[in-house]
Design a protein around this ligand. Structure first.
Ligand code: SF4
Length: 295
């Protein structure tokens, strides 16, 4: 199927639960340098035409959703075109961004994106910006939360918090901020020592039991929030992650295991790789994105 032929195949969106989903690191370039980053290793990027072939492969393989991640996806010059192409392929589209370039892309985001993933790792500038290594990031996020409140930002919203030794005592403060914002999901990620995060693991590593304890505590304290928890164990084998050069990997301990290349092989075939834990793969997406409206 050529990119143009996709235009004729737009259908009403179907319920994506029970269908495979992919996350695509469409670039590793980023305008931030978070110490815990697990998408930091530099890699060659596919050009626009190759990127469209990847999207077409996913559509033809029966995938119903795609998550654009990075690096910072909005740094790519062709990002608006790729968002549109995914939309025309009728893929449920999740865009994970650090938020810094969001205002420059508001229109395509509102037109094409179903879910927007945004980070908040502290409840004030000190805690958030020290995790994120970018002064001013907290202030930007507060402006974005205002857009969500006044419904200028149309996609459904998932706020992600990387919970680590540095900010574990601030997670409840983040919940207090989010309580009054009409978001759909708040996802807590246990810090995972991959890529740059592995180099800084002494600083960030959080014991499993501590992560579990804080997750339970915020669930009790904020019953109105839809809170999803992702531990290191949950992540293993549950992601179909496309790297910027088209190779496909899945998290496994402190590494990514390569399971195929999406430019050469049908995504349907790669999905059968024994290191993908099928049940966890489906559950991961359903838990995060299958929620009722809160607005
Ligand atoms: S965690 Fe996200 S925002 Fe931070 S450096 Fe990595 S890709 Fe960029």
């Amino acid at each position: 199927m050529t990119p143009d032929s996709l235009v004729g195949t737009v259908m009403t969106k179907v319920d994506v639960r029970g269908f495979p989903s992919a996350d695509w690191q469409i670039t590793t370039r980023c305008n931030m340098v978070c110490g815990f980053c697990f998408g930091s290793e530099r890699s060659a990027e596919l050009n626009t035409e190759q990127a469209k072939i990847v999207l077409d492969n996913l559509v033809q393989s029966g995938f119903k959703s795609i998550g654009f991640t990075g690096g910072e996806p909005l740094i790519r010059r062709d990002i608006d075109e790729l968002l549109k192409h995914a939309y025309l392929g009728n893929l449920e589209l999740v865009l994970s961004t650090n938020g810094t370039l969001l205002f420059e892309h508001l229109e395509p985001i509102n037109l094409y994106v179903d879910w927007l993933g945004l980070p908040l790792d502290g409840y004030n500038p000190n805690t958030n910006d020290s995790m994120r290594s970018l002064p001013g990031h907290f202030a930007k996020m507060m402006k974005i939360l205002d857009l969500i409140r006044d419904k200028t930002l149309l996609p459904k919203i998932k706020i992600g918090t990387v919970v680590s030794k540095l900010n574990v005592n601030h997670v409840e403060g983040i919940g207090s901020i989010l309580e009054d914002v009409p978001i759909q999901t708040w996802k807590l990620y246990q810090f995972t020592p991959l890529e740059r995060g592995r180099e800084n693991k002494e600083l960030f590593t959080l014991q499993d039991a501590v992560f579990e304890e804080i997750s339970n505590r915020v669930r009790e304290r904020f019953p109105k929030l839809h809170i999803v928890v992702s531990s290191i164990k949950d992540r293993e084998g549950s992601y179909f992650l496309i790297k910027p050069d088209g190779s496909v990997v899945t998290p496994y301990g402190e590494q990514y295991l390569t399971i195929g290349n999406i430019l050469r092989t049908s995504a349907k075939v790669i999905l059968l790789h024994p290191h993908i834990r099928q049940a966890f793969h489906f559950k991961n997406f359903v838990d995060t994105y299958s929620v009722g409206e809160r607005m």
